[in-house]
Design a protein around this ligand. Structure first.
Ligand SMILES: [Ca+2]
Ligand SMILES: [Ca+2]
Length: 321
């Protein structure tokens, strides 16, 4: 229920253009990764001026984007003069962005006039931005020039009010970015020796590891002699790692003996490229990762040689890290 609500919020934000993804793709063969700016507030130490109805300060950094107060993911102070909430980032950062998720079910206007203050002391820090208003259930982004600080405070000054925050996210400059490996196969073009019904080649690169064939995310060939599957990475990479998710609802042994082959040739449909790994077995529904020395190639093939077999691949992930 909470998840569905959160997804609806994200969908709404996407449609209205209010959602800003905090990641960018660095897409070169030497750095096949995604650079992600980490939310520094997530799970950090927090405190607020007072707490009522169980609306603890930590609910604003729990990663739960549900904006309905009754779903226990928003904070709540008492009604008081200058209510405040503060997160301790643990060290000084050059903070450039704060996102605030406002309550969605009622009393949306209580957030109006809230100040975002940042600095090295818990009190009286630099004013980074003032919230005019935030629509119900919306995650609003406040961007500003970098402000050095360990503490981010949100305070309602000048009136008696309740302060409720459903989520607060804090981002700093690029020094906090981390590079995580990118799955080069994701949504790349894939082909299969033959396809039974709708269980086509792209099901192995759809980003979904669901291993039940009947859920529509696995491949299924006919009982071909030497059945094979191939993905085109679009350009040559030095591939170091391939993960295979096996079918889980039956027939786990069909994958036994499959070969992973990598290279730039399409001779014999790419099945003559360098043999990298032979799969002994993979548990039903399991994901097995095969690591090896870098092998250059644009194509990654998976072939079961020497017998008539059905080839099931519920997901194939390829990395060059
Ligand atoms: Ca929350
Ligand atoms: Ca899949």
């Amino acid at each position: 229920m909470k998840f569905r609500m959160a997804m609806r919020v994200v969908l709404f934000l996407t449609l209205t253009g209010l959602y800003v993804a905090d990641s960018k793709v660095v897409d070169t063969p030497s750095c096949p990764c995604v650079s992600i700016s980490r939310n520094l507030a997530l799970g950090a130490t927090v405190v607020q001026s007072s707490t009522i109805y169980g609306g603890e300060a930590k609910r604003a950094v729990d990663g739960n984007m549900d904006s309905n107060w009754y779903h226990a993911a928003c904070t709540h102070t008492g009604r008081e003069r200058d209510p405040w909430w503060r997160v301790d980032l643990g060290q000084v950062y050059r903070v450039t962005r704060v996102n605030i998720l406002n309550r969605g079910d009622a009393v949306t206007e209580r957030i109006n006039g809230a100040q975002i203050r940042i600095g090295n002391s818990p009190w009286n820090n630099e004013l980074a931005a003032t919230v005019e208003s935030i629509p119900a259930g919306v995650l609003k982004t406040f961007d500003f020039q970098p402000i050095k600080g360990q503490y981010v405070t949100i305070v309602l000054r000048g009136r008696r009010e309740y302060l409720t925050l459903c989520e607060v996210e804090v981002f700093a400059d690029t020094s906090t970015y981390t590079c995580v490996p990118r799955n080069l196969a994701l949504e790349a073009t894939a082909v299969l020796s033959s396809t039974l019904n709708t269980h086509g080649a792209q099901n192995a690169v759809d980003g979904n590891r669901n291993s039940n064939l009947h859920h529509g995310s696995c491949t299924h060939t006919h009982a071909d002699k030497d059945p094979w599957w191939r993905v085109d990475l679009g350009e040559e990479y030095k591939v170091t790692r391939v993960s295979i998710t096996n079918r889980g609802d039956c027939c786990a042994e069909r994958i036994n003996g499959a070969q992973i082959r990598i290279g730039n040739s399409l001779e014999n449909n790419g099945n003559n490229n360098e043999l990298t790994v032979t799969v002994v077995s993979i548990p039903a529904g399991g994901t097995e990762t095969f690591k090896f020395k870098p092998i250059k190639g644009q194509y990654v093939n998976i072939i079961i040689p020497g017998r008539n077999e059905y080839l099931h691949l519920c997901e194939v992930e390829v990395f060059a890290d």
